[in-house]
Design a binder for this molecule. Sequence first.
Ligand SMILES: NC(=O)c1ccc[n+]([C@@H]2O[C@H](COP(=O)([O-])OP(=O)(O)OC[C@H]3O[C@@H](n4cnc5c(N)ncnc54)[C@H](O)[C@@H]3O)[C@@H](O)[C@H]2O)c1
Length: 272
Amino acid sequence: MNSEAYKMFSVENKVIVITGGAGFLGMQFAKALGLAGAQIVIWDNCDFSFLQSQAVLLRQKNIKCIAQDVDLTDMVVVNKMANSVIEKFDRIDVLINNAALNPAVDSAEAEQMFSPYEKYPVDLFKKEVEVDLIGTHLCIQAAAPQMIKRRSGVILNISSEYANIAADNRIYGEGQFKSIAYIAAKSGVLGLTRGWASYLGEYGVRVNAFTPGGMPKPEVSEEFRRKYSSLNMLGRTANPGEYDGAILFLCSDASSFMTGNQLVMDGGKSAW
Ligand SMILES: NC(=O)c1ccc[n+]([C@@H]2O[C@H](COP(=O)([O-])OP(=O)(O)OC[C@H]3O[C@@H](n4cnc5c(N)ncnc54)[C@H](O)[C@@H]3O)[C@@H](O)[C@H]2O)c1
């Protein structure tokens, strides 16, 4: 393909930092953008050997990728790592704020996160907001100054369908409810997106959100998947790789006149 429109989707040689990049969606984004020629930098605070093995998987596909151990709730570490990326690669072109506390439904880690709302542990609520919302803000604070200086850059915040609509808790098990802190934090991510977009617009730095519907992790039960699928117009959950085109659009010049907004891909769920 050789059309001008096609060229607008290029991310060739762009330096792209992906927080939570070792996770389920993060790896899909890293692969899609890396195969399109971007230099990928994964930030994650998962087990260090797992983090490195995820980077190896990407490099085996000839993707330029490094992985750094970053807890994005630690402002000092985030700033240090942002500076190290800029020192090594000269710039951060794109920051994708993808990390969140989002364990698979029915997993051991998820147990407390499905508590009834009137009993939701306040410490857990604070922790989720710290990662999902404040962590996103800290990463933007660290990456934005060099984007302002260069008058160029893209920030992409991964939100959730639950930023626009409440969870239909009937799909979860008896006495289980989608984390109220997650819903609140992801809604906050949309406000953060608009606020930063307004602040950075005059420098030509764009800030958007991507709002995906459910792409359940492989370990999720068939029963849950079926219930979840019944809630949108397409009657199914998203398949792995199905968000890649949207991410390429949002990270590239194809979306050059879009800022302060969200791209929703939820199988029509929020339009019903
Ligand atoms: N999977 C879905 O169906 C779905 C739907 C809507 C939105 N999302 C959003 O997509 C993003 C990715 O979700 P996922 O399903 O891939 O989850 P995931 O749990 O596989 O990935 C999240 C990653 O974030 C990392 N992380 C958590 N806390 C961190 C911290 N303090 N510092 C650095 N890294 C940290 C985790 O280690 C993990 O690798 C999340 O923002 C989630 O809210 C996912």
